[in-house]
Design a binder for this molecule. Structure first.
Ligand SMILES: [Zn+2]
Ligand SMILES: [Zn+2]
Length: 472
């Protein structure tokens, strides 16, 4: 996931993002999203899964609450998660993954560790999906089926934290906490396996590659990871929240994020009006105006040009009249409507402004590698997360989180299923856990690992227990 103030603090990273985009996609990005039904997609984004079973889904017919249920599950799950040996097991998994970070679609060791741990606790799984992905299954093997997701990939960042389990791989680091996500989901697998006879359906655990680049979620879906699944949940560690605080919100949570690369070329080399530099300059100014002049000030949006290059092989020896200019940038928005509107206007502005100066332009939005619509939480799934978190950890450990201008490929799951994305706080000043994700100084308070395992397990178990279709 990407930092919300990326345009201020992550400029160097954006350069890296663009290099990756332009030279060897997939690139490294972060973004967030949301959707409106009336906005046509430029092309199908997802495989043709049936619509989510909102109408028949018990969770939509009545609010999910814990009232009237046996609350013994809370103590049992927390106790299992916090057992000394369980904590050690989860921490060791996280530390091993942290020491051996792997980038998108290269999660060989990480995937192997996941499968080894699942073998150890007797949990069956399907492998591979999306090259390195794993889908584990616990429960009755029958509907209802609920899914939990963890992402496995690291970032191309050199770790600058000096600690015992520092990254052993030069230039790669788990700077977004995905090592913790995998460890927490393994911890949840252990709890759920122990409680398997109590499950009123099936839990699928998705260990997914390539969240930071390459849209691993989309490829997991294409490989059948969601077959039979009726709802999905996922967590992300957050340095904004104090350790073990759970945070989320209904509706738009994370912005849609994408990148663009435009190539502006002279239409007619003999034309005296032709000017790629002038065209590119006016394009940059006009793109900035899209937000300042066209966007609703209450509907947060970003358009930013981060790269411009006119020193191509076609430039003359004085560099005065290059016949090709390449420029690139990013855009973000919280509503799907605004997101697709921005995409359309960016293309229109680049093409039209270029034409004024005797040039033609083409625009690539990298829709197969880094096109992330906004992430929107289903209201009922959000309420489920909130209710479970409050029941399990107490109301003092739950916060309604503000929308964040980061992004996540979890949005691809949320486009086809009722879903909720939530944060687990990892901020702990005394443990040095104060830096944002994607910082080379990023670190987490490992004390959240058992809490995260318990929350994941409880979300899945309670979803099945409180669903009308349970046992059907
Ligand atoms: Zn990230
Ligand atoms: Zn992340």
């Amino acid at each position: 996931m990407m930092s919300p103030n990326f345009h201020l603090s992550l400029a160097p990273l954006l350069c890296l993002l663009f290099l990756s985009l332009l030279l060897s996609p997939p690139s490294y990005s972060t973004s967030l999203s949301h959707f409106d039904e009336d906005i046509p997609l430029s092309r199908p984004l997802l495989s043709p899964f049936p619509p989510p079973p909102y109408k028949n889904n018990t969770s939509c017919d009545r609010p999910i609450t814990s009232s009237g249920t046996n609350n013994g599950w809370k103590e049992e799950i927390l106790q299992m998660a916090k057992r000394e040996e369980a904590v050690k097991w989860v921490k060791e998994a996280r530390r091993s993954i942290h020491e051996n970070p792997e980038l998108a679609y290269e999660e060989i060791k990480t995937s192997q560790l996941v499968r080894d741990r699942l073998d150890e606790i007797g949990v069956g799984y399907r492998y591979p999906l999306a090259r390195t992905g794993v889908v584990a299954t616990i429960g009755t093997g029958r509907p209802p089926i609920v899914a939990l997701r963890a992402d496995m990939d690291a970032l191309p960042i050199q770790e600058l934290v000096e600690w015992k389990y520092k990254s052993k791989v030069e230039g790669k680091m788990h700077a977004c906490g995905h090592d913790a996500h995998v460890a927490m989901l393994l911890g949840a697998a252990r709890i759920l396996k122990t409680r398997e006879t109590l499950l009123k359906g099936t839990v699928k655990l998705l260990f997914q590659p390539a969240e930071e680049a390459g849209i691993g979620a989309k490829r997991m879906i294409e490989d059948g990871a969601l077959e039979g699944v009726e709802a999905i949940f996922a967590a992300h560690v957050s340095s904004h929240e104090q350790s073990s605080i759970i945070g989320s919100r209904p509706g738009p949570l994370l912005a849609g994020c994408s990148f663009f690369k435009a190539i502006i070329q002279v239409s007619n080399p003999d034309s005296t009006k032709a000017g790629t530099i002038l065209a590119a300059s006016t394009v940059v100014i006009s793109l900035q105006n899209l937000v300042s002049r066209e966007a609703d000030p209450l509907d947060s949006q970003v358009v930013s040009v981060g790269m411009i290059n006119a020193t191509d092989q076609h430039a003359d020896q004085h560099g005065l009249l290059p016949d090709e200019v390449v420029l690139g940038g990013t855009f973000r928005a919280f509503s799907k409507n605004s997101f697709y509107q921005l995409r359309q206007r960016i293309e229109e502005v680049i093409v039209a402004q270029s034409r004024v100066y005797g040039c033609e332009a083409s625009v690539d939005f990298f829709e197969d590698e880094s096109f992330y619509p906004p992430t929107v939480n289903d209201k009922l799934m959000y309420e489920h997360v909130k209710n479970v978190a409050v029941d399990l950890l107490g109301p003092e450990n739950y916060n309604e989180a503000p929308p964040v201008m980061g992004s996540e490929d979890f949005t691809f799951y949320s486009q086809v299923l009722p879903s909720a994305f939530f944060y687990i706080g990892v901020r702990n000043e005394s443990a040095g856990s104060i830096h944002q994700g994607h910082s080379p100084y990023f670190m987490i308070d490992e004390g959240v690992l058992p809490v995260g395992a318990a929350v994941h397990a409880a979300i899945a178990e309670r979803y099945l227990a409180e669903n009308k279709r349970a046992g059907s």
